[in-house]
Design a protein around this ligand. Structure first.
Ligand SMILES: CCCCCCCCCC(=O)SCCNC(=O)CCNC(=O)[C@H](O)C(C)(C)COP(=O)(O)OP(=O)(O)OC[C@H]1O[C@@H](n2cnc3c(N)ncnc32)[C@H](O)[C@@H]1OP(=O)(O)O
Ligand SMILES: Nc1ncnc2c1ncn2[C@@H]1O[C@H](COP(=O)(O)OP(=O)(O)OP(=O)(O)O)[C@@H](O)[C@H]1O
Ligand SMILES: O=C(O)CCC(=O)C(=O)O
Ligand SMILES: [Fe+2]
Ligand SMILES: [Mg+2]
Length: 334
């Protein structure tokens, strides 16, 4: 039996005990059956990487936070690569440079101060290296298994709010944007490139919301403006417990694509930076979102592709197939 299965036994014993099931210790038959019936765990695989506590926590909450996973040296390199992109006006294939709507609509702002987000940096080696870091992939494998695709990449440079609250990211589920399934074999790794806290707009998550289904998303009814494609869930339960994920530089959160999350206003003078990658098992499959709640975003993405590349023949699924890059194992399906 693996070390993690042993420790899992200890945790489960403890949970049993706390429910007044005194003396109910695990026999080896029970633990063996646990081990051989992975349906006990819906969201995680038995890999010896996650501690039993971490595994149960992801199952229950839909996220785990790993402290100090990416070195300051690596983060400095990503920061430099980002600055270079903001400075030189090079065209990188597929890269989307996004400006905060309130800044774009005011006076011209130069360089990195104008950029709120880079999307799809799979062709920028100095940034894409983030997605291949072994210490990250080691965790990713616990959710996706060994065939791993990096499907979506972002560097978020959340600007100081201009007063219009446009630096907020509304509460959403990332699965809304994805044309592949199953959801349980998709995971996001999000690494803080500096200290993130409530003041500069850390991630806000609704623990356990990953157990629900994909909700309808649309533009929130906010007065000060809303960034392109920043869809949100209109009617999430305002009484659901919220957790503000305050993180230090290099800390990394792994979260499920159905986890409801967003980020608050940046009320500081600095640009709050984070780098992220959404991974999926290469064994996932594409779906057609026609007739589903995802039709609105798929139409926006197709419009964007048409405006940027003059191509109107690509399906939403195909835009994902073009972005995806194998980072471990075999490209079996996606
Ligand atoms: C793609 C799938 C993503 C999957 C993500 C998984 C989870 C991720 C969750 C998200 O992050 S969702 C948000 C993702 N957002 C995007 O992908 C937005 C992509 N970016 C764009 O479409 C363009 O950058 C944008 C249309 C916003 C601006 O493009 P341009 O290069 O044409 O900018 P330009 O500066 O010329 O401005 C053109 C017009 O757009 C306006 N604009 C600029 N930035 C904007 C902005 N951020 N939001 C809304 N409008 C914006 C700008 O003010 C101007 O308006 P007017 O025509 O009224 O003058
Ligand atoms: N009306 C709303 N509809 C949907 N999402 C919202 C709404 N208002 C805020 N949010 C989202 O809720 C999350 C928390 O936002 P908020 O601005 O309250 O930040 P906060 O970190 O809680 O800050 P504060 O400490 O000032 O309350 C963010 O994801 C934000 O975009
Ligand atoms: O504010 C952030 O850094 C994260 C935003 C987010 O959740 C997203 O882009 O999907
Ligand atoms: Fe998100
Ligand atoms: Mg708040």
């Amino acid at each position: 039996m693996s070390r993690s299965a042993d420790r899992l036994k200890v945790v489960l014993n403890h949970l049993n005990g706390s429910h007044g099931n005194v003396g109910a210790s695990f026999t080896s038959a029970q633990s063996v059956s646990l081990h051989h019936h992975p349906q006990t765990f819906r969201y995680t695989l038995d890999t010896d990487i996650l501690t039993p506590e971490q595994r149960l926590s992801y199952e229950e909450n839909g996220f785990i936070l790993i402290r100090n996973l990416v070195s300051p040296e690596d983060i400095e390199k990503f920061r430099k690569a980002f600055e270079e992109i903001c400075k030189r006006e090079v065209k990188v294939p597929g890269l989307v440079v996004m400006r905060d709507v309130s800044i774009a609509k005011s006076e011209f702002v130069e360089g990195e101060k104008a950029v709120t987000k880079l999307q799809d940096f799979q062709e920028v080696p100095g940034l894409f290296r983030f997605c291949t870091l072994p210490q990250i992939l080691k965790y990713v494998e616990c959710f996706t298994g060994p065939n791993i695709m990096a499907m979506h990449t972002m560097l978020i440079n959340k600007p100081p709010d201009t007063g219009k609250k446009t630096s907020r990211h509304p509460m959403h589920q990332d699965l809304h944007y994805f044309a592949f399934r199953p959801a349980d074999q998709i995971v996001c790794a999000w690494t803080a490139m500096e200290k993130v806290h409530r003041q500069n707009g850390c991630l806000v998550v609704l623990p356990g919301s990953h157990k629900g289904t994909l909700q309808e998303h649309d533009y929130p009814e906010w007065e000060g403006g809303i960034n392109k494609m920043y869809h949100g869930i209109r009617n999430y339960d305002p009484n659901h417990s919220r957790v503000h994920l305050e993180m230090e530089k290099g800390d990394t959160v792994f979260f499920h694509p159905l986890l409801i999350h967003g980020s608050g206003m940046n009320q500081t003078e600095g640009f709050r930076k984070a780098i992220s990658c959404h991974y999926a098992s290469a064994d996932c499959y594409y779906i057609d979102v026609k007739g589903t709640t995802q039709e609105n975003i798929s139409n926006e993405v197709k419009d964007l592709v048409f405006r940027k590349y003059g191509v109107d023949s690509l399906s939403f699924q195909e835009t994902w197939a073009l972005r995806g890059r194998l980072v471990h194992g075999e490209r079996t399906s996606l």
